[in-house]
Design a protein around this ligand. Structure first.
Ligand code: SF4
Ligand code: SF4
Length: 357
């Protein structure tokens, strides 16, 4: 693993040099917005590396909010009549600059759903493979950050190709993969840092950042509790009482992956879209028969938390479906807090660690 020193005076020049090979994506403010999310950067536009966290995560880089899957025609005179045709899309190399470590870890969770041994979503996989993730370590975690207890953290390297650490006048870049090395070369950042000293400096900053994280979640007992016991637990009405089913928690979440597929036709042509959806909406689970297996908000809130904190845990045996970014906690208009729900689930019922008398 290589350590590179990037003087900040060379930062924008390097980004611009890399544009010969890469499209750049990063956090930027757009037209009167707060720092809403990650966007493809225009020529001469540079990512806002000093900003606080984005409202939306970076998941839209590989999983856009709306995506055209197919175009079609029902015109019988066309040789393509009734054929679904995937439109050409640009999957040339993209560098995602300034992605937060927990967002990169979340993309690996999405990969479990979109790139499986049984099924490979070509849209997601093509976008993912085009990306090089150049992450920025988080020096000042937000008050709702609990990433260290989920297996991620402000300096996590999971899912990253390069980890940048801000050292005031320069960045230390920890090059983690061949993709990362190729990006550094394209940017012309090749000045090796003293690897031992750099590692010590990074470790010191990492410890300081982790010490600022004041909340955590425990889920050590959830895997050993029965699904049905948790499903029937008496706290779900209380958890869901104030929920207004706005769906915000799922849209801001880097690990939520639910989508809907819709056709829009006009005359004899049409487009099939894949759109983000939310398990918090009644329409999400409405059957064609009119029956809705999650017809109440309690059922929908329970589904969200059971999926993240129980079903995912049981299925993959690799932690919970949450990287602890804290966005849903910050954004929920009625203060529903996944940390509290996780604690309720972990404590519910008999303690699997208690000694039998
Ligand atoms: S559930 Fe909340 S805290 Fe966890 S990853 Fe999603 S938005 Fe972040
Ligand atoms: S953000 Fe809060 S109110 Fe909105 S759907 Fe999620 S839990 Fe319910």
């Amino acid at each position: 693993m290589e350590m590179i020193k990037i003087d900040k005076k060379d930062w924008n020049k390097g980004l611009d040099r890399s544009r010969k090979t890469y499209r750049l994506v990063g956090p930027v403010k757009r037209a009167g917005e707060d720092l809403a999310g990650f966007y493809e950067l225009a020529d001469k536009e540079h990512p806002d590396m000093g900003a606080a966290d984005t409202v939306l995560s970076a998941k839209s880089v590989v999983y856009p909010q709306t995506e055209v899957m197919f175009r079609y025609t029902t015109d019988k005179n066309s040789p393509d009549c009734n054929r679904l045709k995937r439109p050409a899309a640009d999957y040339s190399p993209r560098a995602v600059i300034g992605i937060r470590p927990y967002d990169a870890a979340a993309i690996l969770m999405l990969k479990k759903n979109f790139d499986t041994p049984d099924y490979r979503d070509p849209y997601w996989c093509d976008a993912y493979e085009a990306c090089t993730f150049v992450g920025l370590a988080v020096d000042a975690p937000s008050s709702t950050d609990f990433s260290t207890s989920t297996g991620s953290g402000p300096f996590s390297e999971k899912g990253l190709d390069v980890l940048l650490v801000d050292m005031a006048g320069h960045y230390l870049a920890k090059v983690l993969t061949d993709k990362g090395a190729a990006y550094m070369k394209a940017a012309g950042w090749q000045r090796a840092a003293d690897a031992k000293a750099a590692a010590q400096q990074i470790e010191k900053k990492k410890k300081a950042a982790e010490a600022l994280i004041v909340s955590s979640v425990s889920f050590d007992k959830i895997a050993r509790k029965s699904i049905l016991d948790l499903y029937k637990a008496d706290f779900w009405d209380d958890v869901a009482f104030s929920c207004i089913n706005c769906g915000t928690c799922t849209y801001v979440c880097p690990t939520c992956w639910c989508f809907d597929i819709q056709d829009e036709s006009k005359g004899k042509t049409g487009v099939r879209y894949k759109n983000w959806d939310s398990c918090m909406y009644p329409l999400f689970s409405l059957h064609g028969s009119g029956h809705n297996p999650r017809g109440t908000k309690t059922m929908r809130a329970r589904q969200r938390f059971m999926h993240k904190l129980k079903y995912f845990l049981d299925k993959y045996d690799d932690g919970i479906m949450c990287v602890g970014c804290g966005r849903c906690v910050r954004s929920c208009p009625v203060n529903i807090d996944i940390r509290r729900v996780c604690e309720l689930m972990n404590r519910y019922g008999p303690d699997p660690d208690a000694c039998a008398v």
